[in-house]
Design a binder for this molecule. Structure first.
Ligand code: ADP
Ligand code: MG
Length: 386
C-alpha cells in the first residue's frame, strides 16, 4: 500500500521515510446539504486511499517543508510558518500549523513528505480530506504525538477550512478518520456526535463525468438561501441556530412563513434531516428495501426542492429504478458528479443488470457511457509500514 509513496520519497530526497499513514476517500449515503445546516450525514469510507510518508527535513534549514506527490511533478519547498504555499502543499502546511498549535511539533521543525493516492481528485470522493487526514496521521506518528482519531480529524478540518480556505463541513475529515470497514457513520454535524452503523449492502458509484465547479456559485447561493431562511424563521422560533433543528412536525408552519424558493430549500433540509436519521435506523435494523426507498426520496427532494440535480444524474436514478435497484440518488452536493445505486445480491436489480441498464439509458441520452464501479465500506485512517 505504501510502496509508491516510499519509492517517491526515496527518489525525491535520497533517504528513507520514517513513518507512513493512509486515509480513505468517502461516499455519502444520505443527508445531502444537511451538513452546513447542522443536520446528520451518513457517509462510508471507501477502498481508495491516499498514503503519506514522512521523514526529517534538511538539517541546515529549520522550519522547512519539502513535499512531493505522484500527482504533481515538482518538489515544493516552503517555510511553512511564514508562507502558505500555492496549490496542494498548502494542505500539508495547514496540518503542520495546526499540529504546532497543539504543541505536537516544535516551532522550527523541518519535514519531508511524499504522497501517493488512488482517490481521484475532484470526483466528489473527497481526495482533499484523504490527503489532509493521512498527512496529519503520518506526521503525528513521526513526532510521536498521540492524537485520537477525533483530534486527527480536527487538525485536518482546520487545515483545510482555516488555512487552505475551503468552506467545507466536518463530514469529509471525520469519516476519513473514524471510518470503519463494514460500517457507515451517522454523524450529527451540529453536536459532532457519531455512531457506527453496520453496512454490508452492495453499492455502485456512477460517475456521470459532468464536472461541477462548486465555486461557480450554486453551492454558495444555496448556503446564502439557508442563512436567509434561518433569519426569517428566527421570528417564529428565536432560539433557532441551525435550520436542521426546525421540528419536522412544524413543516406547515415553516411553509406559511417562507416565500419560494426559500420554502422549497427549507423543506428539503428539514425533511432530509428526518430522512437521514430514519435511514440510519433502517440500516441498523437491516431493512434495506425501506432504506433504498429513502434514497430515491432523497434524490427527488434534491431534484425538485433543492434543485441541485442534473439531467445526467436523473437519467442514472430513473434507469436504476426501472431496472429494479433498491435505491439510488445523487451524492456529493450535486449539479453533476456522481450517483450511488443500492443493488440487490442477485437477479433483477443485481449489480450487473442495473449497471447494464444505466449504461444503455445513458448511451441513448448522451451518446457515451458513465464510469461505474462497486464501492465497499472500508477502514478510516491507519498507520502503514515503512
Ligand atoms: P475533492 O472532492 O476531491 O476533495 P477538492 O477540490 O476538495 O476535491 O480537493 C482537491 C485538491 O486536494 C487538489 O486540487 C489538491 O490540491 C489536493 N489533493 C488531493 N489529492 C492529492 C494528492 N494525491 N496529491 C496532492 N494533492 C492532492
Ligand atoms: Mg474536498
Amino acid at each position: 500500500m505504501s510502496r509508491p509513496a516510499i519509492d517517491l520519497f526515496q527518489n525525491a530526497f535520497g533517504t528513507i521515510p520514517r513513518s507512513a499513514a493512509s486515509a480513505p476517500g468517502r461516499v455519502n449515503l444520505i443527508g445531502e446539504h444537511t451538513d452546513y445546516n447542522g443536520g446528520p450525514v451518513l457517509p462510508i469510507a471507501i477502498a481508495e486511499r491516499t498514503t503519506a510518508v514522512v521523514g526529517p527535513g534538511p538539517a541546515d534549514a529549520p522550519g522547512t517543508l519539502e513535499a512531493v506527490s505522484t500527482r504533481y511533478n515538482a518538489v515544493a519547498r516552503v517555510r511553512w510558518q511564514e508562507e502558505l504555499p500555492p496549490g496542494w502543499p498548502a494542505y500539508v502546511a495547514g496540518v503542520l500549523r495546526e499540529l504546532w498549535t497543539l504543541e505536537a511539533i516544535p516551532p522550527r521543525g523541518s519535514l519531508r513528505i511524499a504522497v501517493a493516492s488512488d482517490v481521484p481528485i475532484g470526483a466528489g470522493l473527497s481526495s482533499s480530506a484523504a490527503l489532509s487526514v493521512a498527512t496529519a496521521k503520518a506526521i503525528a506518528t513521526f513526532v510521536g504525538a498521540k492524537l485520537t482519531p477525533r483530534q486527527i480529524a480536527g487538525v485536518a478540518f482546520r487545515a483545510e477550512h482555516d488555512h487552505v480556505g475551503v468552506r467545507c463541513g466536518v463530514m469529509d475529515q471525520t469519516i476519513a478518520s473514524l471510518g470503519k470497514s463494514g460500517h457507515a457513520l451517522l454523524l450529527e454535524c451540529a453536536s459532532l456526535e457519531a455512531r457506527q452503523i453496520p453496512f454490508a449492502a452492495r453499492l455502485l458509484l456512477v460517475d456521470t463525468g459532468v464536472k461541477h465547479d462548486l465555486s461557480a456559485g450554486s453551492l454558495n447561493e444555496r448556503r446564502a438561501e439557508c442563512e436567509e431562511v434561518v433569519k426569517r424563521l428566527k421570528l417564529e422560533l428565536p432560539d433557532l441556530v441551525w435550520l436542521a433543528s426546525w421540528p419536522v412536525e412544524w413543516l406547515p408552519r415553516l411553509k406559511r412563513a417562507l416565500p419560494e424558493p426559500l420554502r422549497s430549500r427549507a423543506v428539503h433540509v428539514v425533511s432530509e434531516t428526518a430522512r437521514a436519521r430514519f435511514a440510519a435506523q433502517l440500516l441498523a435494523g437491516k431493512k434495506l428495501t425501506q432504506f433504498g426507498r429513502l434514497l430515491y426520496e432523497s434524490h427527488e427532494s434534491c431534484r425538485r426542492l433543492y434543485e441541485c440535480s442534473a439531467p445526467e444524474l436523473d437519467t442514472v436514478v430513473a434507469a436504476a429504478k426501472r431496472a429494479g435497484a433498491l435505491g439510488a440518488r445523487l451524492t456529493g452536493a450535486g449539479w453533476g458528479g456522481a450517483a450511488i445505486v443500492l443493488v440487490k445480491e442477485r437477479g433483477a436489480g443485481s449489480a450487473e443488470r442495473v449497471a447494464e441498464a444505466i449504461r444503455a439509458a445513458f448511451r441513448e441520452a448522451y451518446g457515451r457511457e458513465p464510469e461505474i464501479r462497486p464501492v465497499k465500506s472500508s477502514a478510516g485512517v491507519r498507520t502503514e509500514r515503512v
